[in-house]
Design a binder for this molecule. Structure first.
Ligand code: DC
Length: 239
């Protein structure tokens, strides 16, 4: 029998708001696995970079988008998550700051987004099916998609939508720790984060906005565990 508490959850929000950490923690604490949609845009950007195209050129982007083959494999108890591009494992490469900058430019093309959204739906449905088959009848299970437009565009009918945010200052502090940088870099990082926010919010296609029915969670003054508990409360109140 299908478990009753299986759902599609979306978590959108600006960069460094803690979406990936939250999705990973939810996966550790429940039968809810995840798809990191940012990783799919990063994988696409790697293909474009390898082909040496001008990332901002729409017609070049269309040619690359047509041939995109991306897989996201969520972690299991024995294996970490993996990102595949044309069958090649690029999990470590997607994390570089250079790829991050390229993804920010390449993800603005409508043709790229349409292709990737199709891939994301296919991957998320497969993860959902696996989690449903693995779960006990009463268990909370399903898939979280985390990104910028997962509740507005990818799954507008998701069972629950979260918009996760934090102040630019706090997000810059988190990046400082992630990249092991000195305190003197804080203002630079904050400026970079604010510029990234503007690009995400102001782009024509799928801008970063909360879905009308999203629940807003500002975790500027919350620990990771408090954020996880808050989101689990929201999920449980829905079931
Ligand atoms: O979350 P991230 O930093 O890994 O995302 C990489 C880039 O992809 C970022 O510039 C925004 C873009 N992105 C997007 O446009 N839509 C998504 N759903 C996820 C990421």
């Amino acid at each position: 029998m299908k478990p009753e508490r299986c759902m599609i959850i979306t978590i959108d929000g600006p960069s460094a708001s803690g979406k990936s950490t939250l999705a990973r923690e939810l996966a550790k604490q429940s039968g809810i696995s995840y798809l990191n949609t940012g990783a799919t845009y990063r994988a696409a950007a790697i293909k474009a970079m390898r082909e040496g195209i001008d990332l901002a050129d729409e017609s070049e982007a269309r040619k690359v988008a047509k041939r995109l083959d991306i897989e996201f494999i969520p972690p299991t108890e024995s294996n970490p998550e993996r990102v595949l591009l044309d069958g090649e494992d690029i999990t470590d490469e997607v994390l570089s700051p250079e790829v991050s900058r390229a993804a920010s430019i390449f993800s603005r093309h409508r043709c790229v987004r349409e292709k990737i959204v199709g891939l994301q739906r296919k991957i998320a449905k497969r993860i959902f099916k696996t989690q449903t088959e693995l779960a006990d009848e009463q268990e909370l299970c399903g898939v979280v998609l985390e990104g910028r437009d997962t509740g507005t565009v990818v799954f507008p009918d998701a069972d629950i939508k979260i918009f996760l945010t934090a102040s630019a200052e706090e997000r810059a502090r988190r990046r400082l720790i992630d990249y092991n940088l000195p305190e003197s870099e804080l203002e630079n990082l904050k400026a970079e984060i604010e510029a990234r926010d503007r690009r995400d919010i102001e782009r024509d296609v799928s801008p970063l906005v909360p879905a009308e029915d999203a629940r807003l969670v500002n975790n500027s003054e919350m620990t990771i565990e408090e954020t996880v508990q808050r989101v689990l409360e929201l999920i449980n109140s829905k079931t």
